[in-house]
Design a protein around this ligand. Structure first.
Ligand SMILES: O=P(O)(O)OC[C@H]1O[C@H](O)[C@H](O)[C@@H](O)[C@@H]1O
Length: 545
């Protein structure tokens, strides 16, 4: 048994769960008109309501005891001060330095990282201004109208999610496009209608060696050179974002056009670095810095607020409560905001790549469940897809609802209808519908149809958090993203795992590299298990020359 599950704090939580697991949220609300006041918090314009969770007055102190037992406060400090908490890769984890807006020194190996960060921010500002004003010209003297970011994982999804969320702040004269998949459909479709004379490519890759990104970058260069003919024109149309100067030069991008970041920025935490260049080009550098400011304010809150009033700490601990005691295996993110349509995808990588681990920091197999399956999509669409299971299925699916009180658009009716759903769904999940209530809405005859009655009952008692904010601004988005990043960190600390490596993505890549040469000719392949051999050989038969 691990020291975690045999700790006093864990045992106390287990006993608390045994005692309260069947307590009714509906009854708790009826008995305590102060419940909302007790279990809600604000940061700036963001309201965090966690009162619809399966908790009572003892629950949060017990969860905080567990966090203290695992050393969370000291580990928060270790992260913010640049200690090498990514132990397998022996690296600091300093995405928080990228948004350290008060600019206090932060040291890695005795060197302050802030001057380097500020230099890159300055370079981004100059570049964005030049491109956005049209001062930066393409090879035929025309201004840039389209930016194509080529990058995958953190080097694609983060900037894409932010740019799409902040479309109301985006430039009408400079559109952004995202290419990540090595499936050629992605780049072919994205480049349709673009002109090489007015397109700028950003090649974003930490090591500049990721297979998908390099293949897409090569295809982009070929597409460009088919028109431009002259390799000297590349300098006006290709920039790189990377930690690896040599690989950038090898690819043929002038290192003058390279925006640097550092090995202490994890891929899935990198949108705050130069990886956010496509965001800054689209919404302008001032708005990009507002995004950083929002995250910085969440960082201050996370670092300085006692755990029982600390929004990301509570998000993480409530997740532990469901994952490890209620055995809820998934977690759903439900932004009632179409612009946040990539939010769940983004935190699917953020969370599952960070906490999908089964060995602890000592290398021992864990005997408790770690990372949850994270999924979701915007409301109200999700209501017409998977909410049936959330309301009446056999699984407990804790969820977060997020919405802005004000839309950026002004059509009548839409927003109140959207928000009425945002409000009603957590209420319905919490209160359910009893047999008696079901019968009241049925005819006398229907009331005697036992199957009908049973099918219409909602057990309720299904937990959720709600986030309500004034408007989706760059700053608000920055704060929300940092909350979720820190939630992941909190859970990693409690589970005693390294949230900052991703060894589990390597094996598939290595095996794909072994298969690739076997696809070069039509020879029958026998070197794998019989299933893989058969699939390779079937592919070779089916493909057309
Ligand atoms: O930025 P790159 O080095 O190209 O890495 C892109 C992606 O590669 C891998 O899939 C990692 O698991 C991701 O965390 C990373 O974001």
């Amino acid at each position: 048994m691990s020291s975690l599950t045999t700790s006093q704090a864990w045992i106390a939580l287990q006993a608390h769960y045994n005692q309260t697991q069947n307590d009714s949220l509906r009854v708790a609300f009826a008995n305590d008109p102060e419940r909302y006041n007790k279990f809600s918090l604000h940061l700036n314009d963001i309201l965090f309501d966690y009162s619809k969770n399966r908790i009572n007055d003892q629950s949060i102190p017990l969860l905080v005891d567990l966090a203290n037992y695992t050393g969370l406060p000291a580990k928060i400090e270790a992260m913010f001060t640049g200690e090498p908490i990514n132990t397998t890769e022996k690296r600091a984890v300093l995405h928080t330095a990228l948004r350290n807006r008060d600019n206090h020194p932060i040291y890695v190996d005795g060197i302050d990282v802030m001057p380097g960060i500020n230099q890159v921010l300055d370079k981004m500002r100059h570049f964005c201004n030049a491109v956005r004003t049209g001062e930066w010209k393409g090879y035929t003297g025309k201004r840039i109208t389209d930016v194509v970011n080529i990058g995958i994982g953190g080097s694609g999804l983060g900037p894409k999610m932010v740019s799409m969320t902040l479309t109301p702040y985006g430039s009408d004269n400079l559109l952004v496009h995202y290419v990540s998949n090595v499936d050629q459909t992605n780049i072919v479709e994205e480049l349709k209608g673009l002109s090489p004379e007015t397109t700028l490519f950003i090649i974003a890759s930490k090591l500049f060696s990721t297979q998908e990104t390099m293949i897409n970058a090569n295809s982009a260069r070929n597409w460009f050179l088919d028109s431009a003919k002259d390799t000297s024109a590349i300098a006006k149309h290709f920039v790189a974002i990377s930690t690896h100067t040599e690989n950038v030069a090898k690819f043929g991008i002038d290192t003058e056009n390279m925006f640097e970041f550092w090995d202490w920025v994890g891929g899935r935490y990198s949108l705050w670095s130069a990886v956010g260049l496509s965001i800054a080009l689209y919404i302008g550098m001032d708005n990009f810095e507002e995004l950083l400011q929002g995250a910085y304010e969440a960082d201050l809150h996370f670092r300085n607020t006692p755990l029982e009033k600390n929004i990301p700490a509570l998000m993480g601990l409530l997740g532990i409560w469901y994952n490890n005691f209620f055995e809820a295996r998934s977690y759903v993110l439900l932004p009632y905001d179409q612009s946040m349509r990539y939010f769940a995808d983004y935190f699917q990588q953020g969370d599952m790549e960070s906490n999908g681990k089964s060995v602890d920091l000592n290398g021992d197999k864990v005997d408790y469940s770690t990372g949850q399956i994270v999924w979701g999509q915007p409301g109200t669409n999700g209501q017409h897809a998977f909410f049936q299971l959330m309301h009446q299925g056999t699984q407990l699916v804790p969820c977060d609802f997020l919405a802005a009180a004000n839309s950026h658009y002004r059509l009548p009716e839409h927003h109140d209808v959207l928000i009425s759903n945002f409000l009603a769904q957590p209420e319905a999940l919490m209160r359910g519908k009893t047999e008696e209530e079901v019968k009241q809405a049925l005819t006398h005859e229907e009331q005697h149809d036992a199957v009908l009655v049973a099918s219409k009952v909602f057990d309720g008692n299904r937990p959720s958090n709600s986030f309500l904010f004034e408007k989706m601004t760059p700053k608000t988005l920055g704060t929300l993203l940092a909350f979720y990043e820190h939630k992941i960190f909190v859970q990693g600390v409690v589970w005693n795992i390294n949230s900052f490596d991703q060894m589990g993505v390597e094996l598939g890549k290595i095996l794909a590299n072994a298969i690739l040469p076997e696809l070069k000719n039509d020879a029958v392949i026998k070197s794998h298990d019989c299933s893989t051999n058969a699939l390779i050989n079937a592919y070779k038969k089916l493909r057309q020359p």
